[in-house]
Design a protein. Structure first.
Length: 242
């Protein structure tokens, strides 16, 4: 039996900025540069306003994820899995880069969904997102459902929507069962996911935060690493191994 500490990661958009996908709240974030952009992630705006949907389909994060590679930090997490030390990877990201780096899908809890598929808001139609991206790139600004003509969207969780109960249950259990929780590239601002960090600490885990900017939980953490994730996280994980 392994005596090494079990680690659960809580990752956010900052782990993927190195892959070219902008975060929301960092200095170059989509919302930092354009406060209106938040509407594209809000259900009522998305359903009500075709202009918002057109912007949602054009967002850099929505189109960039099709062409990017996982970062050294994603790969460092995936490599650690071989040592049996990972109890979960809770991610707020919708880009699928943990799995692309080689992390086992059953360990990755995508609490805000993912952009791999589209679905219709009104009928049961659904399919791979790549086919919708092809339609958008071919000039359809707000592609309608091929079955009923209704509004289609990515299988992400928008503001005003409930999280998937099974996914949040698995994420909660990964937070409660680890020895170390490492929050990486997240402002720890979005609830209820941010509360999984103090929950892990309540259940006895040590808390580590790797982020360029302060978070609301820095003072509760045992260690705060302020450097660039792409250097700092692989170095930190290497240190844990030796
Ligand atoms: P956030 O934008 O609120 O915070 C990201 C944090 O990462 C910031 O504090 C920023 O300073 C830090 N950061 C960025 N690049 C860094 C680097 N190279 N080194 C160190 N720190 C760095 O992100 P969040 O907390 O994940 O919340 C945003 C929400 O938006 C999430 O719900 C997520 O679903 C979604 N989102 C996802 C993606 C994606 O899938 N890649 C991209 C943008 C937004």
């Amino acid at each position: 039996m392994s005596t090494q500490p079990l680690i659960t990661f809580l990752t956010g958009a900052g782990i993927s900025t190195g892959a070219g996908i902008p975060d929301f709240r960092g200095p170059q974030g989509v919302w930092t540069r354009d406060s209106e952009a938040e509407k594209t992630s809000t259900l009522s705006w998305y359903l009500r306003d075709p202009e918002i949907r057109k912007r949602a389909w054009q967002l850099p994060a929505a189109s960039a994820v099709w062409d990017v590679e996982p970062t050294p930090a994603h790969r460092a997490i995936a490599e650690l899995e071989g040592s049996g030390q990972i109890s979960g990877i809770i991610t707020q990201n919708i880009d699928g880069l943990h799995q692309a780096a080689g992390s086992s899908p059953e360990l990755v809890h995508e609490v805000h969904g993912n952009v791999r598929r589209w679905r219709c808001e009104y009928c049961r139609a659904a399919g791979p997102m790549a086919e919708m991206i092809d339609r958008v790139r071919a000039g359809e600004e707000d592609p309608p459902c091929p079955m009923c003509g209704g509004i289609i969207r990515a299988t992400t969780i928008l503001f005003e929507e409930m999280l998937d109960a099974d996914v949040i249950e698995a994420a909660t259990s990964a937070a409660e069962s680890c020895d170390i929780m490492i929050a990486v590239g997240t402002s720890l601002f979005v609830q209820p996911v941010a509360s999984l960090f103090p929950l892990a600490l309540e259940f006895g885990a040590a808390g580590v935060i790797v982020n360029a900017e302060p978070t609301p939980f820095d003072s509760a953490a045992d260690e705060v690493i302020r450097g660039d994730i792409q250097d700092a996280l692989p170095a930190y994980l290497e240190g844990l191994r030796s």
